[in-house]
Design a protein around this ligand. Structure first.
Ligand SMILES: [Zn+2]
Length: 272
């Protein structure tokens, strides 16, 4: 097959990065889901300097079918939930560098807010409008579905899977007036029935399991590596090379150990 990657006899590997918001932190914003604009821009510039090119999910699908080529170092940046901040702080940065990307929309909340987070006391953030979705689709950003209501799909009956998966595709197609071919599972949750629906309705579906995608990766369980806002460029290096960051896992372990040690100390102090 003639692709830019096959010239080097390397199998194509596609790191997919997962972001949510890109914008300044508001009171009660979930800091783990909000990348600061300056930091995001530095991450994109870092990718550009290292020769990465941002592609859309449909580019990967076309390549798998033998209908298109890939850049030598492809990466797909994905943004779950469709925050309106993206149109201000993220998509213009990607457009400047000629990067494609994917934004996954919760179709009952277009121009609404992230209702599903607010129950947990988190801040409300505005989500993209139909006009913003259409404008950025025309500028090369691919829009996919992220269900109608952002529910976990695990254990849902067939009629609700139909509404959340097929229904959200129809909602988004009515806005874009073109086929919608990709999907992301809310919370990364799925079961066999949900994957079956995704397989019927879309070319690709993204999980939140980590790793690099290759030709062998199940297209309806694409792997993604979530970029945690406060981490370093070494984490990003690991994420694009290996699909996960051992530094992140190490920090979590150390954090857990510190908390356990502190809990033990309190127990001992109280017991003495
Ligand atoms: Zn989500």
């Amino acid at each position: 097959m003639s692709t830019e990657t096959s010239g080097k006899m390397l199998p194509a590997r596609l790191p997919a990065l997962l972001y949510h918001r890109v914008g300044p932190l508001a009171d009660r914003s979930d800091a783990s889901l909000s990348a600061l604009p300056g930091k995001f821009e530095r991450q994109v510039r870092w990718l550009v300097r290292r020769g990465y090119r941002g592609i859309c999910p449909s580019d990967w699908h076309a390549w798998r079918k033998g209908e298109g080529s890939l850049p030598e170092k492809p990466v797909v940046l994905t943004f779950d939930d469709g925050y309106a901040d993206l149109a201000v702080h993220a998509l213009p940065v990607l457009a400047r560098h000629g990067f494609g990307a994917a934004v996954f929309i919760v179709t009952s909340q277009i121009e609404g807010t992230n209702l599903w987070d607010q129950g947990a006391g988190r801040a409300a953030h505005r989500l993209m409008s139909a006009a913003e979705i259409r404008a950025w689709s025309a500028r090369g950003i691919e829009f996919g579905s992220h269900t109608r209501t952002h529910r976990s799909l695990k254990g849902l009956p067939e009629s609700e899977l139909e509404s959340e998966i097929a229904g959200s595709r129809r909602d988004l197609e009515a806005i874009l007036d073109r086929p919608v071919r990709c999907f992301a599972y809310p919370y990364g949750d799925y079961d066999r029935a949900a994957v079956e629906w995704a397989r019927r309705e879309f070319d690709l579906a993204f999980s939140i399991e980590e790793g690099l995608n290759t030709r062998a990766t199940d297209p309806w369980l694409m792997l993604r590596s979530q970029v945690i806002p406060d981490e370093t460029r070494f984490d990003l290096f690991w994420r694009v090379h290996f699909g996960w960051s051992p530094l992140h896992h190490l920090r979590r372990k150390v954090g857990l150990r510190t908390r356990l040690r502190e809990a033990m100390r309190l127990v001992l102090v109280r017991g003495s």
